[in-house]
Design a protein around this ligand. Structure first.
Ligand SMILES: Nc1ncnc2c1ncn2[C@@H]1O[C@H](COP(=O)(O)OS(=O)(=O)O)[C@@H](OP(=O)(O)O)[C@H]1O
Ligand SMILES: Nc1ncnc2c1ncn2[C@@H]1O[C@H](COP(=O)(O)OP(=O)(O)O)[C@@H](O)[C@H]1O
Length: 211
């Protein structure tokens, strides 16, 4: 999908009487103001893999370089926009659909959007990729073995899941489908500073931020 096409409606509304309004100020105009492109950096991985830590550290590094960012974090979004959703497969899908639409709007606003969601299913990650233009969705797989995530267990959730007190927990009794061709695979046991450097290099190579 080209960037031009993305200025068209993303999808048909449920009601045929709803009409799309094109507006004079475009995403390209807003990107010029920000002095960088809008893009989504989509972190996926098990609970405890390091998604929030890495997304937060990268956001700090980008912010310090004058980049306009916004971080959407799974735990936080589930306190508001998605507070009605559980961890059933259907609700996880709806969670990612809503977040994908919000991220798309933020890219349209010209922001560098960082997201930290387990997003365990390939299909729903692909769904978000399909919402965006070519190159606007960067999938970052935080590849940390389950045993390490479980040893970290900062919220005690793995312990609860193993004790049978928490159902549908990702990696225990709910699936995590590893990305087959992520844009980046990070070794989640490396130092956070090294991992952030790898991501900044990628953003420079893709001309999303200036060298
Ligand atoms: N059953 C179950 N499975 C997985 N995770 C659980 C569950 N219950 C609560 N939590 C907490 O919710 C955080 C994951 O929310 P997400 O919105 O990222 O999940 S998903 O993408 O819809 O699968 C996740 O946060 P992270 O540890 O930061 O990934 C957990 O703290
Ligand atoms: N690269 C890393 N090396 C060592 N510990 C890490 C690393 N990244 C995150 N952590 C630690 O692992 C735990 C889980 O990290 P977090 O970012 O909350 O993961 P997630 O958002 O994927 O659940 C935290 O205690 C965090 O400090």
């Amino acid at each position: 999908m080209s960037r031009q096409e993305r200025t068209q409606p993303p999808a048909a509304p449920a009601d045929e009487n709803v009409v799309w309004h094109p507006h004079a100020v475009t995403r390209e105009d807003r990107e010029r103001l920000h002095n960088h492109q809008g893009v989504v950096i989509w972190f996926t991985g098990l609970s405890g893999s390091g998604k929030s830590t890495l997304a937060g550290a990268l956001e700090q590094a980008l912010h310090a370089r004058g980049v306009s960012t916004y971080l959407l974090d799974g735990d936080n979004v589930r306190h508001g926009l998605c507070r009605d959703l559980t961890f059933s497969d259907g609700d996880r899908r709806e969670n990612i659909r809503r977040v994908g639409e919000v991220a798309r709007l933020m890219v349209d606003a010209g922001l560098v959007v960082l997201t930290a969601f387990i997003s365990p299913h390939r299909a729903e990650r692909q769904m978000v990729r399909d919402l965006l233009a070519e190159g606007q969705f960067i999938e970052v797989f935080v590849d940390t073995p389950l045993a390490i995530c479980e040893a970290r267990d900062p919220k005690g959730l793995y312990k609860k899941a193993r004790a049978g007190e928490l159902r549908n927990f990702t990696g225990i009794d709910s699936v995590y489908e590893q990305p087959e061709r992520p844009d980046v695979r990070l070794d989640g046991e490396q130092l956070v500073t090294n991992l952030v450097s790898q991501l900044l290099d990628l953003l420079r190579r893709r001309a999303i931020i200036n060298s």
